[in-house]
Ligand binder design. Structure first.
Ligand SMILES: Nc1nc2c(ncn2[C@@H]2O[C@H](COP(=O)(O)OP(=O)(O)OP(=O)(O)O)[C@@H](O)[C@H]2O)c(=O)[nH]1
Ligand SMILES: [Mg+2]
Length: 223
């Protein structure tokens, strides 16, 4: 007898993700699963997003790390509710881990919930958590060939943010090559170039996000 453990694990995860989805629907949340390799700039993007959305939409964050609550503490400084999930050894968040944050967040008071996944370019893309969409960050220090080597995350994402463009001149990152490689993996992928340090491109990212939120509100209204 042959048991496909990975298929069973993903099916079990999908059932919990569907239950999360119902909770997000009831609370009218837009939910974004934010993924990247370690250090690409997820938390810094959330800090810039918190500043840009202040007074416009209510942001909430669930953030996953192997250890420490440093990321949640950084986000809370911007007066955003944030729950830190520490996974111990797990290299991604799954639907059950995300559900374990619900008792600590008032979802009814959140418009846009961003789930910062564990820094890892592979496993987070495999596990649905009940999100509306996946957004990923690739920073210019990681190499323009990464879409070819780690295709799944690029395939699963709706938007790619190419971050740290302020230091582009000091790297051998070829922007055209990176864009072409990413689109080869996913022709539908939207791409924005940003710098979370200088703020370049953040306005475009925030208008992408608020458009998604408006679409979500509209579709819930007509459901
Ligand atoms: N030069 C430059 N540095 C950046 C930019 N965005 C983030 N950083 C720096 O990159 C480092 C990592 O940023 P984080 O936001 O902690 O990255 P992260 O993806 O949340 O990291 P993990 O949660 O550990 O996976 C920090 O030192 C940031 O200041 C950027 O646009 N330009
Ligand atoms: Mg982080």
């Amino acid at each position: 007898m042959k048991i496909n453990v990975m298929t069973d694990v993903l099916e079990a995860n999908d059932r919990i993700a569907a239950a999360n989805r119902e909770i997000f629907n009831r609370n009218r949340n837009l939910v974004v699963n934010l993924m990247s390799s370690p250090g690409a700039g997820k938390t810094t993007l959330l800090e810039r997003t918190a500043e840009a959305l202040a007074g416009k939409a209510k942001l909430g964050v669930i953030t996953g790390d192997i250890e420490t609550s440093r990321d949640a503490e950084r986000i809370e400084k911007h007066n955003i509710p944030a729950v830190q999930l520490t996974t111990g050894t797990a290299c991604h968040l799954d639907a059950n881990m995300v559900a374990s944050a619900f008792p600590y967040l008032d979802l009814s008071r959140i418009d846009i919930l961003i789930i910062e996944n564990v820094g890892n370019l592979v496993c987070p893309a495999e596990f649905k958590v009940g999100e509306d969409c996946k957004v990923m960050i690739l920073s210019v220090t990681e190499g323009d060939e990464k879409p070819l080597k780690y295709p799944l995350m690029f395939r699963e994402s709706s938007l790619l943010l190419i971050n740290k463009i302020d230091i582009l001149p000091f790297t051998n990152f070829n922007m055209e090559e990176a864009r072409a490689n990413a689109l080869k993996m996913n022709p539908e992928l939207e791409i924005l170039e940003v710098s979370c340090t200088t703020g370049q491109g953040i306005e475009e990212w925030v208008s992408w996000l608020t458009q998604c939120w408006q679409n979500r509100v509209e579709s819930l209204r007509s459901a």
